[in-house]
Design a protein around this ligand. Structure first.
Ligand code: ATP
Ligand code: MTE
Length: 197
Protein backbone atom coordinates (compact mmCIF):
# COMPACT_ATOMS: atom_id res chain seq x y z
CA UNK A 1 0.00 0.00 0.00
CA UNK A 2 1.33 3.48 -0.78
CA UNK A 3 1.68 5.97 2.07
CA UNK A 4 -1.17 8.50 2.32
CA UNK A 5 -0.58 11.91 0.73
CA UNK A 6 0.58 14.71 3.03
CA UNK A 7 -1.88 17.55 3.52
CA UNK A 8 -1.56 21.13 4.73
CA UNK A 9 -4.55 22.33 6.77
CA UNK A 10 -5.22 25.86 8.01
CA UNK A 11 -7.03 26.09 11.35
CA UNK A 12 -8.30 29.53 12.36
CA UNK A 13 -9.85 30.43 15.71
CA UNK A 14 -11.74 33.72 15.50
CA UNK A 15 -12.50 35.12 18.94
CA UNK A 16 -12.07 38.62 20.37
CA UNK A 17 -11.64 37.31 23.89
CA UNK A 18 -9.42 34.29 23.21
CA UNK A 19 -7.14 36.36 20.94
CA UNK A 20 -6.87 39.03 23.65
CA UNK A 21 -6.03 36.44 26.32
CA UNK A 22 -9.28 36.94 28.30
CA UNK A 23 -9.79 33.18 28.14
CA UNK A 24 -7.63 30.35 26.84
CA UNK A 25 -8.40 29.44 23.25
CA UNK A 26 -10.03 26.03 22.98
CA UNK A 27 -10.82 26.30 19.28
CA UNK A 28 -7.40 25.46 17.82
CA UNK A 29 -6.79 22.48 20.17
CA UNK A 30 -10.28 21.10 19.39
CA UNK A 31 -9.74 21.41 15.62
CA UNK A 32 -6.27 19.88 15.76
CA UNK A 33 -7.42 17.04 18.01
CA UNK A 34 -10.40 16.07 15.84
CA UNK A 35 -8.51 16.27 12.53
CA UNK A 36 -5.60 14.24 13.92
CA UNK A 37 -8.01 11.51 15.00
CA UNK A 38 -10.05 11.55 11.79
CA UNK A 39 -7.35 11.66 9.12
CA UNK A 40 -4.78 8.98 8.30
CA UNK A 41 -2.74 11.43 6.19
CA UNK A 42 0.32 13.18 7.62
CA UNK A 43 -0.96 16.69 8.44
CA UNK A 44 0.95 19.94 8.53
CA UNK A 45 -1.20 22.39 10.54
CA UNK A 46 -1.13 26.15 9.98
CA UNK A 47 -2.80 27.54 13.15
CA UNK A 48 -4.00 31.17 13.53
CA UNK A 49 -5.74 32.84 16.49
CA UNK A 50 -7.28 36.17 15.47
CA UNK A 51 -9.88 38.76 16.53
CA UNK A 52 -13.30 39.23 14.92
CA UNK A 53 -12.08 41.80 12.33
CA UNK A 54 -13.38 41.25 8.81
CA UNK A 55 -10.22 42.43 7.01
CA UNK A 56 -7.94 40.36 9.28
CA UNK A 57 -10.06 37.26 8.71
CA UNK A 58 -10.06 37.66 4.91
CA UNK A 59 -6.31 38.35 4.86
CA UNK A 60 -5.64 35.29 7.01
CA UNK A 61 -7.72 33.09 4.71
CA UNK A 62 -5.91 34.43 1.62
CA UNK A 63 -2.53 33.80 3.23
CA UNK A 64 -3.47 30.22 4.15
CA UNK A 65 -4.75 29.48 0.65
CA UNK A 66 -1.61 31.01 -0.89
CA UNK A 67 0.59 28.93 1.39
CA UNK A 68 -0.96 25.76 -0.05
CA UNK A 69 -3.62 24.71 2.48
CA UNK A 70 -6.03 22.32 0.77
CA UNK A 71 -8.48 22.76 3.62
CA UNK A 72 -9.05 25.71 5.96
CA UNK A 73 -11.40 25.34 8.93
CA UNK A 74 -12.46 28.40 10.92
CA UNK A 75 -14.27 28.45 14.26
CA UNK A 76 -16.20 31.39 15.69
CA UNK A 77 -17.82 34.60 14.56
CA UNK A 78 -20.72 33.05 12.65
CA UNK A 79 -23.59 34.34 14.81
CA UNK A 80 -25.76 37.45 14.63
CA UNK A 81 -23.74 39.67 17.04
CA UNK A 82 -22.37 42.94 15.62
CA UNK A 83 -18.78 41.66 15.78
CA UNK A 84 -19.64 38.30 14.09
CA UNK A 85 -18.34 38.72 10.51
CA UNK A 86 -16.67 35.41 9.66
CA UNK A 87 -19.19 34.49 6.89
CA UNK A 88 -18.79 37.92 5.23
CA UNK A 89 -14.98 37.66 5.41
CA UNK A 90 -15.13 34.15 3.92
CA UNK A 91 -17.52 35.06 1.10
CA UNK A 92 -15.23 38.00 0.23
CA UNK A 93 -12.46 35.56 -0.80
CA UNK A 94 -14.70 32.99 -2.53
CA UNK A 95 -14.50 31.76 -6.09
CA UNK A 96 -17.53 29.52 -5.46
CA UNK A 97 -19.94 29.10 -2.59
CA UNK A 98 -20.72 25.55 -1.35
CA UNK A 99 -24.08 26.00 0.44
CA UNK A 100 -24.54 22.32 1.32
CA UNK A 101 -21.98 22.46 4.11
CA UNK A 102 -23.74 25.27 6.01
CA UNK A 103 -27.13 23.65 5.46
CA UNK A 104 -25.93 20.29 6.79
CA UNK A 105 -24.14 21.87 9.79
CA UNK A 106 -27.30 23.66 10.85
CA UNK A 107 -29.26 20.39 10.52
CA UNK A 108 -26.73 18.55 12.69
CA UNK A 109 -26.47 21.32 15.25
CA UNK A 110 -30.26 21.48 15.64
CA UNK A 111 -30.02 17.98 17.14
CA UNK A 112 -27.84 19.50 19.89
CA UNK A 113 -29.12 23.10 20.41
CA UNK A 114 -32.18 25.06 19.19
CA UNK A 115 -29.93 28.11 18.69
CA UNK A 116 -28.18 26.32 15.79
CA UNK A 117 -30.32 28.46 13.47
CA UNK A 118 -28.34 31.48 14.68
CA UNK A 119 -25.16 30.28 12.96
CA UNK A 120 -24.65 31.82 9.48
CA UNK A 121 -21.68 29.54 8.66
CA UNK A 122 -20.68 29.21 4.99
CA UNK A 123 -18.21 27.14 2.98
CA UNK A 124 -16.41 28.27 -0.16
CA UNK A 125 -13.83 27.21 -2.71
CA UNK A 126 -10.92 29.48 -3.50
CA UNK A 127 -8.49 28.08 -6.06
CA UNK A 128 -7.63 24.55 -4.88
CA UNK A 129 -8.70 25.17 -1.28
CA UNK A 130 -11.91 24.41 0.57
CA UNK A 131 -12.71 26.88 3.38
CA UNK A 132 -15.39 25.95 5.93
CA UNK A 133 -16.75 28.00 8.85
CA UNK A 134 -17.65 26.12 12.05
CA UNK A 135 -19.46 27.64 15.06
CA UNK A 136 -17.38 29.08 17.93
CA UNK A 137 -18.47 26.78 20.76
CA UNK A 138 -15.48 24.42 21.08
CA UNK A 139 -17.74 21.36 21.44
CA UNK A 140 -19.56 22.31 18.22
CA UNK A 141 -16.39 21.46 16.27
CA UNK A 142 -16.58 17.68 16.73
CA UNK A 143 -20.38 17.80 16.57
CA UNK A 144 -20.52 19.40 13.13
CA UNK A 145 -17.55 17.54 11.65
CA UNK A 146 -18.51 14.10 12.95
CA UNK A 147 -22.32 14.29 13.19
CA UNK A 148 -24.43 12.34 15.64
CA UNK A 149 -23.93 8.69 16.55
CA UNK A 150 -26.01 6.42 18.79
CA UNK A 151 -24.37 4.78 21.84
CA UNK A 152 -23.40 1.78 19.64
CA UNK A 153 -21.49 4.09 17.29
CA UNK A 154 -24.13 3.87 14.54
CA UNK A 155 -24.31 7.13 12.52
CA UNK A 156 -27.66 8.90 13.07
CA UNK A 157 -26.88 12.17 11.23
CA UNK A 158 -23.89 12.53 8.89
CA UNK A 159 -21.25 15.04 9.87
CA UNK A 160 -20.01 17.39 7.17
CA UNK A 161 -16.52 15.91 7.06
CA UNK A 162 -17.84 12.79 5.27
CA UNK A 163 -18.03 14.92 2.10
CA UNK A 164 -14.74 16.79 2.52
CA UNK A 165 -12.28 14.24 1.02
CA UNK A 166 -14.21 13.91 -2.25
CA UNK A 167 -14.64 17.69 -2.47
CA UNK A 168 -10.87 18.07 -2.13
CA UNK A 169 -10.34 15.39 -4.84
CA UNK A 170 -12.54 17.43 -7.17
CA UNK A 171 -10.53 20.64 -6.68
CA UNK A 172 -7.21 18.88 -7.29
CA UNK A 173 -6.01 18.42 -3.70
CA UNK A 174 -4.41 15.43 -1.94
CA UNK A 175 -6.33 12.16 -1.49
CA UNK A 176 -7.63 12.29 2.09
CA UNK A 177 -8.18 9.03 3.96
CA UNK A 178 -10.17 8.81 7.17
CA UNK A 179 -10.35 6.54 10.20
CA UNK A 180 -13.85 5.12 9.68
CA UNK A 181 -14.47 4.78 13.43
CA UNK A 182 -14.31 8.60 13.63
CA UNK A 183 -15.64 9.57 10.20
CA UNK A 184 -16.64 7.40 7.26
CA UNK A 185 -15.69 9.43 4.18
CA UNK A 186 -17.98 8.98 1.17
CA UNK A 187 -16.75 8.87 -2.42
CA UNK A 188 -18.48 7.49 -5.50
CA UNK A 189 -17.04 4.03 -6.32
CA UNK A 190 -15.29 5.39 -9.42
CA UNK A 191 -13.36 7.89 -7.26
CA UNK A 192 -12.03 5.38 -4.72
CA UNK A 193 -8.29 4.94 -5.19
CA UNK A 194 -7.29 1.27 -5.37
CA UNK A 195 -4.58 0.34 -2.87
CA UNK A 196 -1.19 0.10 -4.63
CA UNK A 197 1.16 -2.82 -4.04
N1 ATP B 1 -11.89 30.23 20.88
C1 ATP B 1 -12.63 29.91 21.96
N2 ATP B 1 -12.05 29.27 23.00
C2 ATP B 1 -12.80 28.94 24.09
N3 ATP B 1 -14.10 29.17 24.20
C3 ATP B 1 -14.71 29.80 23.19
C4 ATP B 1 -14.00 30.20 22.02
N4 ATP B 1 -14.86 30.80 21.18
C5 ATP B 1 -16.04 30.77 21.80
N5 ATP B 1 -15.96 30.16 23.01
C6 ATP B 1 -17.05 29.94 23.94
O1 ATP B 1 -18.26 29.83 23.22
C7 ATP B 1 -19.15 30.88 23.59
C8 ATP B 1 -19.91 31.39 22.36
O2 ATP B 1 -18.95 31.74 21.35
P1 ATP B 1 -19.03 33.12 20.55
O3 ATP B 1 -18.20 32.94 19.31
O4 ATP B 1 -20.46 33.52 20.39
O5 ATP B 1 -18.25 34.10 21.48
P2 ATP B 1 -18.42 35.63 21.45
O6 ATP B 1 -19.49 35.98 22.46
O7 ATP B 1 -18.59 36.12 20.04
O8 ATP B 1 -17.04 36.16 22.03
P3 ATP B 1 -15.52 36.05 21.54
O9 ATP B 1 -15.44 36.49 20.10
O10 ATP B 1 -14.82 36.99 22.44
O11 ATP B 1 -15.12 34.60 21.74
C9 ATP B 1 -18.24 31.94 24.25
O12 ATP B 1 -18.95 32.73 25.16
C10 ATP B 1 -17.21 31.07 24.90
O13 ATP B 1 -17.67 30.55 26.12
N1 MTE C 1 -23.23 22.27 17.29
C1 MTE C 1 -23.46 23.49 17.80
N2 MTE C 1 -23.80 24.46 16.95
C2 MTE C 1 -24.04 25.70 17.41
C3 MTE C 1 -23.93 26.00 18.80
C4 MTE C 1 -23.55 24.94 19.67
O1 MTE C 1 -23.42 25.10 20.90
N3 MTE C 1 -23.33 23.70 19.14
N4 MTE C 1 -24.19 27.27 19.24
C5 MTE C 1 -25.09 28.10 18.41
C6 MTE C 1 -25.09 29.49 18.81
S1 MTE C 1 -25.66 29.82 20.38
C7 MTE C 1 -24.69 30.51 18.00
S2 MTE C 1 -24.89 32.13 18.42
C8 MTE C 1 -24.15 30.23 16.66
C9 MTE C 1 -22.99 31.11 16.25
O2 MTE C 1 -21.87 30.92 17.08
P1 MTE C 1 -20.49 31.63 16.80
O3 MTE C 1 -20.74 33.11 16.68
O4 MTE C 1 -19.68 31.27 18.00
O5 MTE C 1 -19.88 31.10 15.54
O6 MTE C 1 -23.76 28.86 16.54
C10 MTE C 1 -24.79 27.98 16.92
N5 MTE C 1 -24.42 26.66 16.53
Amino acid sequence: MSAPDAVKIGIVSISDRASAGVYADQGLPALQDWLSRALLNPIHFEPRLIADEQSTISQTLLELVDTGCSLVLTTGGTGPALRDVTPEATLAVADKEMPGFGEQMRQISLKFVPTAILSRQVAVIRGSSLIINLPGQPKAIAQTLEGLKDPQGQQLVNGIFAAVPYCIDLIGGPYLETDSTVCQAFRPKSAIRTPQA
